[in-house]
Design a protein around this ligand. Structure first.
Ligand code: ADP
Ligand code: CA
Length: 501
């Protein structure tokens, strides 16, 4: 066979292989489908019945048809007027009544044809956990009442229940990592891809009556009861999560008041190091000790009044929280959060939301600030007297202004001394939302209960990224082009030169 024929055959082979590879690549791209979710409803409602207030969240994109991206987003959030459902102990039907404004808004935001298919859940957290401890039947009556109200709407009611602290922690963690696409990513072309290097974020939630920490440890855990095992998109994870009941912001500040009262002896007014100078507070003992999180003193007299007077002493305020959280006892060779609760060393980046965000946002420290700036900002704030705070923040209530110093020092106590995030401070982001969706346990709860996140990795998920695909296509087209150029040169030489023998 002549060398010219051999060359032509070689070039023809390269062209054929390149064409076949290109066709295979295009076909594989056409076959890559978005996650095949066949959920019939487009919308979902979750009511977050927290200790301080209730909020309704309406999610869209459950069934995929809306935007074809497969990403579930928040269409509406609505704050229920009044306190949390646990505050309706004297009038349980009013707890149900209070939800109507937000349920009406959700109904108006959902197309009528979708009402019946829309799942609606209510999850109650620490306020109701505390009420259940005090009076189980009353907590059940309140849940029944809110359930009755939701059932009077044309939605697919899926229950009103108290969720556990473990669920609250784990679902907050799922929400964050779902929104950040830590498990599977939605690519530019509309395909789901497994990220090459998995970056999973931890979650820090600070409510009014409980607080949660959740993250994937990078060491073997010593207390298996703190671990949640699960599988999302084929990714098996062991999540550490703990919920501290009575250590949400409101209950922690109440614990501090109770401690100051119990240790003040007969002196009155009682100095409160976290309240601004010029602030006076009168409370009855009944109000001060109205929670199972604080133990009544032996001289308890419900109608007696207690007076606190603010001294605005930042460092005393900070150290006073060492009487609220126990930072010394630990049976796990210093692997503890606080109160002797086992916690492996923190690992990775964290999102801190709810009260963490609100307090840091007020102080101008969100989403991130260096530790030295955080400490000096809190100090400056705590030194301001009440009159200055009111002049500087005319739209914020005195009670809210009064508590920022205490709240900030409580946050620093649990983050630095409790969870021991001092060496990784820069890894914490104080945020309210990700992708226009509020961070909290509700989205993760709905994703779980509707089985929207598969535990197994769907077959259609591919590891090919847009950039990889573009590079491969470019390479093949380049080889094709070179081959054609070679053919053209060969043809040219065949015509102009005598054939080689
Ligand atoms: N806009 C806001 N500014 C300041 N704090 C807020 C704001 N919204 C909510 N919070 C605080 O966030 C916390 C929410 O807790 P909540 O969910 O009611 O309790 P829990 O999760 O313990 O049941 C409360 O301490 C509340 O005061
Ligand atoms: Ca909450």
């Amino acid at each position: 066979m002549g060398i010219r024929v051999k060359l032509i055959l070689l070039v023809a082979a390269v062209v054929t292989i390149s064409c076949m590879t290109l066709i295979a690549l295009i076909l594989s791209l056409a076959n890559h489908q978005t996650l095949n979710r066949s959920y019939s409803a487009q919308y979902g409602i979750v009511l977050d019945a927290g200790s301080s207030h209730t909020a309704l969240f309406l999610y869209q994109g459950l069934g995929f048809k809306e935007n074809d991206t497969g990403i579930i987003t928040q269409k509406l959030s609505c704050d229920v007027d009044g306190g949390g459902i646990s505050s309706y102990q004297q009038n349980p039907p009013a707890a149900g009544e209070s939800l109507k404004k937000c349920l009406d808004r959700a109904k108006a935001a959902i197309p009528e044809g979708q009402w019946k298919a829309t799942p609606a859940y209510l999850g109650a957290t620490a306020g109701m956990r505390l009420l259940r401890l005090q009076n189980q039947s009353l907590s059940e009556i309140i849940l029944e009442e809110v359930g009755k109200t939701i059932q009077s709407y044309p939605f697919d009611f899926r229950g009103a229940k108290i969720i556990s602290g473990t669920e609250e922690g784990a679902f907050g963690w799922i929400t964050i990592n779902y929104l950040l696409e830590s498990f599977v990513k939605h690519s530019f072309e509309g395909f789901w891809i497994q990220p090459k290097t998995r970056k999973i974020f931890g979650a820090l939630d600070l409510g009014g009556a409980s607080t949660q920490i959740s993250f994937i440890p990078n060491v073997a855990v010593k207390d298996l009861t703190t671990i949640v095992n699960n599988k999302l998109y084929g990714f098996k994870y062991e999540l550490y999560t703990h919920s501290y009941l009575c250590y949400g912001m409101d209950q922690a500040l109440k614990k501090l008041q109770a401690h100051l009262h119990k240790t003040a002896g007969t002196s009155s007014p009682i100095s409160h190091p976290c309240y601004p100078k010029g602030y006076l507070l009168k409370v009855t003992m009944a109000e001060l000790y109205n929670s199972p999180c604080v133990e009544k003193p032996s001289n308890f007299n419900s109608s007696a009044t207690v007076t606190f007077s603010g001294t605005g002493s930042s460092s005393l305020c900070l150290s006073s929280f060492e009487n609220v959280v126990n930072l010394s006892d630990c049976a796990f060779s210093s692997d503890c959060g606080f109160n002797g609760v086992y916690q492996p060393p923190v690992n990775g980046e964290f999102f801190a939301f709810s009260s963490y965000f609100h307090i840091f946002n007020f102080l101008g420290l969100a989403p991130k600030a260096q530790l030295t700036r955080v400490l000096s900002t809190i100090e400056t704030h705590c030194n301001k007297d009440l009159a200055t705070l009111v002049v500087e923040n005319p739209s914020i209530s005195v009670i809210t202004l009064r508590d920022y110093c205490a709240s900030a020092h409580y946050i620093m106590t649990i983050l630095l001394k409790g969870y021991k995030l001092n060496n990784t401070w820069d890894q914490i982001s104080f945020e309210k939302q990700i992708a226009d969706t509020d961070i909290g346990w509700t989205l993760g709860y709905m994703l779980n209960l509707t089985n929207i996140i598969p535990s197994e990795q769907p077959g259609v998920v591919t590891g090919v990224l847009r950039s990889q695909w573009a590079a491969q296509t470019f390479f093949i087209v380049f080889v094709l082009f070179l081959s054609l150029l070679l053919i053209a040169i060969l043809v040219f030489f065949t015509k102009t030169l005598p054939a080689a023998q």
